[in-house]
Unconditional design. Structure first.
Length: 362
């Protein structure tokens, strides 16, 4: 019997380094044909099926809700119905794996990795890994589920998209230095500005739409907010793609308005509405949700008057929009990566945005 053929987790989106097993579409050991879907995976962007690369018998060991790194095998195709000995881990493709020899791991980290049975593939991304990082990963792997008898509780079933969102946010918190600043926005002045813009651009526009439009025009002056930190250095995006968070019962998605800095306000508004409609129809494509370099999240419709937005992967900033408070103001909140910017720069960015939204500029 020949060696089974690995079926790797594909990289659908360049920024996604992991995927979650949603469901198996075949039974373990089932006969499959080349091109037949065998498993559904989900990333932060989308759900997709992975096909068998050849005829044979499908074998796997990962249960639903298991998180897997891009490039690692999700299944194997054998030429016999007899269950093969499956390797516990396979190396990532050359373009994804980071060799220890590259100096990414400290000597103490390498020693602990050997003791804990960990490999470079267990540490996605490009940041330097020390002993503390190894201990965190090892502790997460060995953590036992809580003793259900000790308290009155039961397991909470999370959707695959929420599971991978939680894993992504955990990695972001481990890899960035988040900081948050806020300024007040005068609601009366904002309302006057929105009325004026509606008259100038042939129809009503929302705070979210105007915020996306104005943020795209401000970012060239604040390049550190249209950037990310990786591979032990800072990287600036050459163009801006402004994502906006939407969660209306179909899971959290972040559609992206492309070329917002080169578009009119009316074109930006139409893009936001078109993407929102495709979200409601469950028609968002990979193209619709990739390419984001900065995110806006609007909780004003929920009556939220204050919150702290959470950074997305490979982004240095996220803007939060809130509802009006009792004294006629609302907040503009910015969470940013302190490795790339600072409170004074972030505050000036918010002040410039506030001026535009209140009608002082633009």
């Amino acid at each position: 019997m020949s060696e089974p053929i690995a079926v790797p987790v594909p990289q659908i989106n360049p920024n996604d380094e992991h995927a979650i097993v949603v469901r198996w579409l075949v039974e373990k050991g089932a006969r499959v044909r080349a091109g037949q879907p065998i498993v559904t995976l989900e990333t932060t962007k989308t759900a997709f099926d992975v096909d068998a690369p050849c005829d044979g018998y499908a074998f796997f060991e990962h249960e639903p809700h298991t998180e897997l790194a891009v490039g690692t095998p999700v299944a194997w195709i054998a030429d016999s119905a007899e269950a093969p000995a499956l390797p516990t881990r396979a190396p990532l493709p050359v373009q994804t794996a980071v060799p220890a020899a590259a100096g990414r791991f400290t000597r103490k980290a390498l020693k602990l990795m050997k003791e804990r049975g960990l490999e470079a593939v267990d540490f996605p991304g490009g940041d330097r890994i020390d002993a503390e990082a190894v201990e965190r990963v090892a502790a997460a792997r060995s953590a036992a589920p809580p003793n259900r008898a000790a308290f009155d509780a039961e397991p909470l079933e999370l959707s695959p998209s929420k599971v991978i969102e939680a894993q992504t946010l955990r990695r972001v918190r481990e890899q960035v230095v988040p900081s948050t600043v806020a300024v007040e926005l005068d609601s009366a002045r904002l309302a006057g500005c929105l009325r004026r813009l509606a008259g100038e651009h042939g129809g009503p526009v929302s705070l979210l739409e105007v915020a996306i439009y104005e943020v795209a025009r401000l970012l060239p002056e604040w390049p550190e907010l249209n950037a990310f930190h990786a591979e032990r250095g800072a990287w600036r995006y050459r163009s801006a793609g402004i994502g906006f968070a939407v969660n209306l019962g179909r899971g959290l998605k972040v559609p992206v308005v492309k070329q917002a800095a080169q578009s009119s306000l009316r074109a930006v508004a139409e893009a936001v509405r078109g993407l929102s409609l495709r979200y409601m129809r469950d028609e968002l494509t990979i193209e619709d949700v990739t390419g984001g370099t900065f995110t806006v999240t609007d909780l004003s419709a929920e009556g939220v008057v204050h919150f702290v937005p959470v950074l997305n992967e490979r982004q240095a900033a996220i803007l939060g929009l809130t509802a009006e408070r009792s004294h006629g103001t609302r907040e503009l909140v910015l969470t940013f990566d302190h490795r790339l910017s600072d409170g004074m720069r972030a505050g000036r960015f918010l002040a410039a945005l506030r001026d535009r939204l209140e009608g002082a500029e633009g």
